[in-house]
Design a protein around this ligand. Structure first.
Ligand code: PMP
Length: 432
C-alpha cells in the first residue's frame, strides 16, 4: 500500500546504507523530528542562488545586490508562511535555540515568565530564575478527563498568581517527544486575558501544520530551517518588534551598528534598528533562502502533507501497538499528534533497540531523552520504565509505508527473536 496522496519530493529518497552484514538497503529515515531531509525544490532554489551569493548589505556589486534582495525578500516569505503581522520583526538566527535565546535576552527586566515543564531544552533553559514559573504537566487533577483543557486551566491559574508587570508565556506548538499538539489558540487567549504575551516554539509544528500567528494570537514564534526540509544553519524569530528594539544587540559587530565613533577613551556606538540590530556578522543568505523556499513549498502542499503524515502515523501506531511490551509516551490524553512516536519496550534498552534497528535493518530512529530530560524521565517512569530513555520514530515527507512496515517488522523480530548480531556498550552507546 502506498499513501494515497502525492507530496513534495525530498532529496536522498533512494539513499542506500550498509548493514552490519555488509549488505546495502534503502535508508528508512524515521528521524524527521531531529532534522528533515532537504526538499528537491529547496535544493533547486539553493542551486540557483549559489552562483550569485555574495555579501549581503555590504557590497555595491551586482551579486551583492542580488543576495541582499534575496535575503530581504525572505523576511516577507517567512512572514507569509506564519501569517505574521506586517509590523512583526523577522530576525534570522541560526536555529530555534538561537531564536529563543534572542527572545530571552530581549524581554524587559523583571518580566514574569510562565512555561510548561514539557518544553524542549531550547525553550526551557533560557528561562530560569525567580521570575519563572514552571507548570507541571503531571499534577493536573483533570488528567483523566481532558488533558488539553487542563493545560489552559493551569496556565490561567499560574498567570493569576504572576507578579504585575510584563509577562510572557512560552508554549510549544507540538511536542518533540510525543508529537502532541498543544492548544495554542486557547492558551494564547488566556495569556491575553492576563495581559501576557505568548511565544510559540514552532520547531515541531512548522513542518507539519499551517501556522497563522494572527489567528492563533501568538506574539512571537521561532522555528528552524533544518526541520522544515532545508539544510542546517538558518532559523528565525518572528514577532513584536518593541522589546527587540529596546534590547541590547544579541551579538555585537558589523551590521548591528549604524555608526561607530572614536571618542579617544571610548567608542561611541549607535546600534541599528531591528532586525539588523540582532543580526551582527555576515548573514547566512543561502540558508535563509533555503528556509524561505521550504516555507513556500510546504505552503503549497498542506493538504497532501497532512494526509500523508496522518495516514502513515496511524499505520505506525497501529503496527507498534502489536509489539509485545510496547509502551507509547504521551503527556496529554486527548491531543492530536504530528508524526512523532516515542516509546519504550519493556525489557529492552532504548539505545540497544536503536542501534540494532540501524545495524540490521537500515532504519534511522533516535534514542535518549530528546533534549527534554525532565519530561522524558517522567513519562518513561509513568509507563513502568527505569531508564530515562526512550526510542523516537518520527515521520514526514521522506517517509513511505515501507519504512513504517520495516520498523514494525524489525522491532517485532528484535523483541520476539532477539538480535542477529552481538552488541556491546562503548562510551554509553551500543555498537554492533
Ligand atoms: N524546540 C523543539 C520542540 C524542538 O524539537 C527542537 C529541536 N529538537 C528545538 C526547539 C531546537 O531546535 P534547534 O536544534 O534547531 O535549535
Amino acid at each position: 500500500i502506498t499513501p494515497s496522496t502525492k507530496v513534495p519530493a525530498v532529496v536522498g529518497a533512494d539513499l542506500r546504507v550498509p548493514l552490519v552484514t555488509g549488505e546495502r538497503v534503502t535508508y528508512a529515515n524515521l528521524d524527521h523530528a531531529a532534522s528533515a531531509p532537504c526538499l528537491q525544490e529547496v535544493r533547486d532554489a539553493v542551486d540557483e542562488l549559489l552562483p550569485w551569493y555574495a555579501s549581503v548589505h555590504r557590497g555595491a556589486g551586482f551579486a551583492s545586490q542580488v543576495s541582499t534582495r534575496v535575503y530581504e525578500q525572505a523576511r516577507d516569505r517567512v512572514r507569509k508562511f506564519v501569517g505574521a503581522r506586517s509590523s512583526d520583526a523577522v530576525v534570522f538566527t541560526r536555529n530555534t535555540t538561537d531564536a529563543l535565546n534572542l527572545l530571552a535576552r530581549s524581554v524587559p527586566k523583571g518580566t514574569a515568565v510562565v512555561l510548561f515543564d514539557s518544553e524542549h531544552h531550547a525553550a526551557l533553559l533560557p528561562w530560569r530564575g525567580p521570575n519563572v514559573q514552571r507548570i507541571s504537566t503531571s499534577s493536573r487533577k483533570s488528567d483523566t478527563a481532558s488533558g488539553a483543557a487542563s493545560l489552559v486551566v493551569a496556565l490561567d491559574r499560574a498567570l493569576a498568581a504572576a507578579p504585575v508587570g510584563p509577562r510572557l508565556v512560552i508554549v510549544t506548538g507540538a511536542s518533540n517527544v510525543t508529537g502532541e499538539l498543544w492548544p495554542v489558540k486557547e492558551l494564547a487567549k488566556v495569556a491575553r486575558s492576563h495581559g501576557a504575551r505568548i511565544a510559540l516554539d514552532a520547531a515541531q509544528l512548522a513542518p507539519h501544520r499551517p501556522i497563522d500567528a494572527r489567528d492563533l494570537g501568538v506574539d512571537y514564534l521561532a522555528f528552524s530551517g533544518h526541520k522544515i526540509y532545508a539544510p542546517f544553519g538558518a532559523g528565525v524569530l518572528v514577532g513584536r518588534s518593541d522589546w527587540l528594539q529596546q534590547a541590547q544587540p544579541y551579538l555585537v559587530g558589523g551590521g548591528a551598528t549604524s555608526k561607530v565613533t572614536d571618542h579617544g577613551d571610548r567608542l561611541g556606538v549607535a546600534w541599528s534598528a531591528v532586525p539588523e540590530r540582532h543580526e551582527a556578522g555576515s548573514p547566512n543568505v543561502v540558508g535563509v533562502h533555503a528556509l524561505a523556499a521550504a516555507c513556500e513549498t510546504l505552503s503549497r502542499h498542506w493538504e497532501q502533507t497532512v494526509a500523508h503524515e496522518q495516514e502513515l502515523l496511524q499505520r505506525l501506531r497501529e503496527g507498534l501497538r502489536t509489539i509485545p511490551g510496547f509502551r507509547e509516551l504521551s503527556i496529554l490524553n486527548d491531543a492530536d499528534r504530528v508524526g512523532v512516536v516515542s516509546f519504550t519496550v519493556s525489557g529492552f534498552d532504548a539505545g540497544f533497540l536503536a542501534a540494532a534497528l540501524s545495524a540490521e535493518y537500515g532504519i534511522g530512529v533516535r534514542d535518549g531523552a530528546f533534549c527534554a530530560h525532565v519530561i522524558v524521565g517522567r513519562l518513561v517512569k509513568k509507563v513502568g520504565g527505569h531508564e530515562e530513555r526512550a526510542v523516537r520514530a518520527s515521520i514526514g515527507l521522506g517517509t513511505t509505508a515501507e519504512h513504517v512496515d520495516r520498523l514494525v517488522a524489525a522491532l517485532r523480530a528484535l523483541v520476539t527473536e532477539g538480535p542477529k548480531w552481538t552488541y556491546t556498550q562503548r562510551d554509553g552507546r551500543w555498537v554492533a
